[in-house]
Design a protein around this ligand. Sequence first.
Ligand code: IDP
Ligand code: MG
Length: 140
Amino acid sequence: MSGNITFTIIKPDAVSKNYTEAIFEKIEKAGFEVLKRKDVCLTKELADNFYEIHKGQPFFAGLVEFMTSGPIVVAALKKGNAVEDFRATIGKTNPLEAAEGTIRKVYGEMVSRNAIHGSDSDENAQREIRFFFTPEEVEF
Ligand code: IDP
Ligand code: MG
C-alpha cells in the first residue's frame, strides 16, 4: 500500500527567482498539507550525499554545483497516495516535456534547472525526510 507522506525541495533557481510562495500555494491547492518546512543551504558534502544514487552520471557534478549555488526550501508533505500524486503535480524531470500546469512546466527552465524535487518512492521519501529533519522536527 502506498503511503501518505512525501518530501520536496524548492531548488535554488526557484528560490532565487522568488517563486517559493507561489509554488507552495500550488502544492496546497493540489491537496497536500505542508507538515514541516525549513530553509537550508547545502554544502557540497551534503549535496553529494543526497544525490549519491546519481554518482557516475555525466550531470552529477553540475547537479551538485547547482544545488549548492543558493538557499533551498525543504518540506515534508501529506496527502493520500503522496509520492505518485506529487510526482504528477511537479511534472516530468525536463520542464520542456512536462505537462501544462505542472510546477516544472510553469517554474522550471530546463532539465538542470527544474525548480523542484519530489521523492520517487515511499522509502526514499522517508530517507530524504530523515536526511533534512531531526526526529523531533518530524513527530507527525
Ligand atoms: P527527478 O528529479 O525527476 O527524480 P532524476 O532522474 O532523479 O529526476 O534526477 C535528479 C535531478 O538531476 C533532476 O531533477 C535534474 O535536476 C538533474 N538531472 C537529471 N537528468 C539530467 C540531465 O540529463 N542533465 C542535467 N541534469 C539532470
Ligand atoms: Mg529522482
